[in-house]
Design a protein around this ligand. Sequence first.
Ligand SMILES: [Zn+2]
Length: 482
Amino acid sequence: MSGKFRPQPGFVVQAFKLALDPNAGQERALRSHCGAARAAYNWAVSWVTAAWWQRKAEATYGIGEEELTPWRPWSLPALRKEFNRIKTTEARFADWWQENSKEAYSTGLANAAAAFDNYAKSKQGNRKGCRVGVPRRKPKRKARLACRFTTGTIRIEPDGRHITLPRLGTIRTHEPTVKLLARVQSGTARILSAAVRHERGRWFVSFQVETDREITRVARPDAAVGIDLGVKHLAVLADSSGEIRYEPNPKHLDGALKLLRFHSRRASRRQGPDRRTGRKPSKRWEKANAERNRIHHRVANLRTDALHKLTTRVRAEYGTVVVEDLNVAGMLRNKRLARRVADAGFGEIRRQLTYKGRRNACPTIVANRWYPSSKTCSNCGATKAKLPLHVRVFDCDECPLVMDRDENAARNLVALAAACTTGTGVAGDQDTPRVSKPRGADRKTRRQRPSRKARAGRAGGAIPQQRTEARDRTQTEALTLW
Ligand SMILES: [Zn+2]
């Protein structure tokens, strides 16, 4: 994907996601398209990397640089050109490539091009986030079924219950399309592309739409709120007027565990698939497995719904929202916390708050990862050296304050909003580089990725000290951070 699409001024690009109810033939066609995307992706990965291995092998024979097999390009036009050449001749595509829309193959090739781009950028250190590995083939068993259409007939039918996609034809939707349909008909929305995907046991279509910006009114634009996320309460909200609200943790997964245990046990008593022996699963196992998956899907749906309702409600009320930069990946490495943390969806809450704020041009302040929100007194500002997770009440050593620890943390966070606007803050805005000022916090969390160059530059290669640090981090970070 080169060149990002820029909407015209006053417009935003937004997704409209709808559940589909395809009939049996359409379901087969949908699966075929997604499979075709995967086949094209795998072909592209093999085609590009084959040249790498060939060059490597040739180099061991002492062949000169100029005589090596040339590199193969991985840009989308180059991949498309080569794919269009071989699809009619190569046996693995020749018989069936005409059955699917060309957009299916383009999906796979575009994804492969992006994967190679990400790998190259990551290797050169030009990409944020975790290190990206060499693109690998997608196995049929694991690949997510998805396919994207950018050209051809992409339409919302005027009856409000059907959509039309290239080659797949008109598919009935599970829910009314009126919201998007009204916008398209009044000319305030334009469909750019459509993507179908199989998710949580159901088919969805997601329209990428350029639509005019809708500024929702914020009830208290001048008020700020600090949000402390936790397991006991999902969120503690402290607003700038001093009001405290507790959001209970719905714990959807905990509620379903008993049922899941029953269904998992039942599935494990039946004949499941075995990759080593190539054993196919029995019909009875498939039935039990589907039943088990249904519970997982239900939990996921409940969680999504609750999180959206929470974040929308917060964003509709307050102008400024202060959240913590939690090390969610680190907490998930703690086996005692992982299930609860994953069930709460901390990362998702922050993501939703941020984008829903940007929609109304309201700021989101992210407190520095080492800002000791739990360990600081919200009354006098004194910082405790240690506050283990099981201590639920904050008792200040310097002043008479005694308070629930989560409430104290939320109050500290909302205080950051004021500090941030006057420019003395510890926190930084989402879009500006964060200023760190650790006020008594111990930086036990290592940076996500130490630069490879720095490590290679040292005599003796890997640093054993860093190893030990990485090991005890899993425990300490959860304790110090929250
Ligand atoms: Zn105090």
